[in-house]
Design a protein around this ligand. Structure first.
Ligand code: ZN
Length: 249
């Protein structure tokens, strides 16, 4: 009786699941990096004043009541709705690919303060991207950065198998860049141009500001997106449908 706790959560909407006729279950990435599920009641009726703050990719300040089974959102204030994403299907696809990775790299009752700021920045990068190449680059860089942080850092210095400095191939199975000799015994190794090697390193090393300002051609950006997809799908052992769709555009 009156003992239900309420708390605030500044969070990004990663996913929405239909619950009954009127409600949605939101999967949120909290500022602490925790993944959290909460019911948004009445938001599918079109009358709820918080419906707009519960949309995909929205960053909102939620007031949440602890329920018996599921927590319930009682209020929400907008922090950043990332309106610039909805201007094109390509940007929506890119943002969906980001949230798909965020869903698989964050967990309930497990905080990690790296996760929320980088997703927020990547969503803004999707809004800011001036062309398809920079959109692809932003998604690839986010995937590589988050996976590297989560313990799946590709070896991009010397050969992942023998340490040789002359790396000309990329292999997910070997764990990163490989030399010509090791590539012969690594079935999935893909030959790379020196510029592709440099760009793989840039995905991890450069900030989103630097990446958005860097000139990149569409083929190189698509290569990076493909490499990031292969890396993420393998390390996370998951079918990444939203990422696949972004890759198909
Ligand atoms: Zn080698």
């Amino acid at each position: 009786m009156g003992s239900r706790r309420s708390f605030r959560s500044r969070a990004i909407v990663l996913d929405r699941t239909v619950l009954g006729e009127h409600d949605l279950i939101l999967t949120l990435l909290d500022e602490s990096g925790e993944q959290r599920r909460a019911v948004a009641k009445g938001v599918r009726k079109g009358k709820s004043r918080i419906a707009a703050r519960c949309d995909y990719f929205c960053e909102s300040d939620f007031l949440i009541y602890q329920g018996k089974n599921l927590d319930v959102i009682s209020d929400a204030a907008s922090i950043d709705a990332h309106h610039g994403i909805s201007v094109s299907p390509e940007k929506i696809a890119a943002a969906a690919a980001l949230c798909e990775i965020a869903l698989l790299t964050s967990f309930e009752e497990s905080s990690d303060t790296f996760l929320h700021p980088i997703l927020s920045r990547a969503l803004t990068a999707v809004e800011q991207a001036s062309d398809q190449a920079h959109l692809d680059l932003a998604v690839a860089a986010y995937a590589f950065k988050v996976l590297a942080h989560s313990g799946w850092r590709p070896e991009l210095g010397g050969c992942a198998s023998c340490g040789d400095g002359n790396v000309l191939f990329f292999s997910v199975a070997a764990g990163g860049l490989v030399c010509a000799s090791c590539a012969q015994t690594t079935p999935d190794s893909e030959p790379l141009a020196p510029s592709q090697v440099a760009w793989l390193r840039s995905c991890l090393r450069l900030t989103f500001d630097e990446l958005l300002a860097a000139p990149i051609d569409p083929d190189t950006a698509l290569f990076l997106l493909g490499a990031a997809h292969a890396w993420a799908a393998t390390q996370l052992s998951a079918r990444l449908k939203a990422f696949e769709f972004a890759l198909s555009l």
